[in-house]
Ligand binder design. Structure first.
Ligand code: TYM
Length: 390
């Protein structure tokens, strides 16, 4: 599969732009309307097909809404990973967070799914917090800022409900010894030319940025590095992180490890018209630190597929296919298939107004945040149970 990379030197520090029908998808930037079928071809990953989904459902005892509704849409060797599990090879999960700000709902998508996988496969989860990445890539953030976000984000991660006995969270700047030992081994096999072609580094990239991909690759091999036991790692994340796994997979056999498998989600959109949910647009992102009132207000101001007036809505109907409110209900917040189908139909026929859908989503988001805030408070008492130590 040919990967199409287009360099746009000088634009955002010369970072690589993956052109996707006008959209841009890189580990640091996602912009525009992403064509996911095109992305599957460009990244050389596989679509998550019905058989694979059913096989996962059999292990998990049911299908998560994020699977049923296609939020998780692609993978790399996920079937092989399940085969390892079925044959008794130790399996592990690896995901992460770059603590550059408050956590938003988009970040939670892969984590909620990771918890579902952890419960299904009783797998250890290695959770990396790339404080070094966020320091190196954001000129405006100091180490002190990043440390603050690391502490804050850690509570959101724990609040997802991971099993404390099977979850090991670590931040690069403090859990350094083992990670660095693996990272230098990875780095030795990655040329600058590969790193530049994969990530778009340029003359003005600082040298820490160029080394960093080896740090994000390192946890792919950490479970086996720790105790020497053969382990097959699966990485659940959104598709923007995929370039890291290309490097990790290339290097794995050279270091005597299994190639990590991956399972990838789409991006939950922001509440405005177009684009993924992003912390750089706070008015269109639902942060986990938002109060219920703040979140309700954001939902009420969201972009919809509705007509300008209620009369026109009743006459012509709305367009759920472009509606952010509908997409939230569809991809995460409305569990019932019958209910989501009914919302689609009645929006199209003009039977339902945008106000009604907003009201319904606002209630669900507020309830979700209330529960998250409760769990986050509880998380403060058990941080130590989750931290991986040297
Ligand atoms: P970060 O902190 O940008 O994002 C954390 C996770 O959230 C996903 N994500 C989204 N998913 C759905 N909808 C969105 N709108 C959305 N925005 C972000 C990201 O894909 C990611 O899975 N470098 C990484 C940290 C990291 C990591 C990892 C991530 C280190 N090791 C292993 C995944 C797997 C980062 O800055 O992610």
């Amino acid at each position: 599969m040919k990967l199409i990379y287009v360099f746009t030197r000088g634009v955002r520090k010369g970072r690589l732009k993956m052109q996707n029908s006008g959209a841009v998808v890189t580990p640091w930037e996602v912009k525009g309307e992403v064509d996911y079928d095109e992305l599957i071809r460009q990244f050389g990953v596989e679509p998550l097909d019905r058989l694979m989904i059913e096989r996962l459902g059999r292990h998990a005892g049911g299908l998560h809404v994020l699977l049923r509704r296609g939020m998780f849409f692609s993978h790399r060797e996920f079937g092989d990973w399940m085969k390892s599990y079925e044959e008794g090879v130790r399996v592990a999960l690896y995901t992460g967070r770059g603590p550059s700000g408050n956590t938003h709902l988009g970040h939670l998508i892969p984590w909620i799914f990771t918890k579902y996988l952890q419960d299904a496969f009783k797998a250890d989860l290695f959770f990396q917090m790339t404080d070094d990445e966020k320091f190196l890539f954001n000129p405006e953030l100091s180490i002190e800022d990043i440390n603050k976000f690391t502490e804050e984000n850690l509570l959101d991660i724990i609040a997802v409900g991971f099993d404390p006995k099977r979850t090991k969270i670590f931040a690069d700047l403090s859990y350094t010894k083992k990670l660095y030992n693996i990272a230098v081994r990875v780095a030795k096999h990655v040329t600058f030319s590969t790193a530049r072609a994969t990530f778009g580094f340029s003359e003005s990239s600082n040298i820490g940025m160029v080394f960093f991909p080896a740090m994000q690759a390192a946890p792919c091999f950490l479970p086996q590095y720790i105790d020497g036991k053969d382990t097959h790692v699966l990485i659940p994340c959104a598709i923007d992180q995929e370039p890291y796994w290309r490097i990790s997979r290339d290097v794995a056999p050279k270091l005597g490890y299994r190639k990590p498998a991956g399972i990838y989600s789409k991006f939950i959109p922001g509440l405005g018209a177009g684009g993924k949910m992003s912390a750089s647009m706070p008015e269109t992102a639902i942060f986990l630190s938002d109060t219920e009132c703040e979140a309700i207000k954001k939902v009420k101001n969201a972009f919809t597929g509705g007509q300008p007036t209620i009369r026109e809505q009743k006459e012509k109907g709305g367009n759920p296919d472009v509606c952010v409110i509908y997409s939230y209900l569809y991809s995460l917040f409305e569990e019932s298939d019958a209910e989501v189908a009914e919302t689609y139909k009645s929006c199209k026929s003009g039977g339902k107004t945008c106000g009604e859908c907003k009201e319904s989503l606002a209630k669900k988001v507020a309830a979700f945040l209330k529960e998250h805030h409760r769990r986050r408070e509880k998380a403060k008492d058990c941080v130590q149970d989750f931290l991986l130590r040297e």
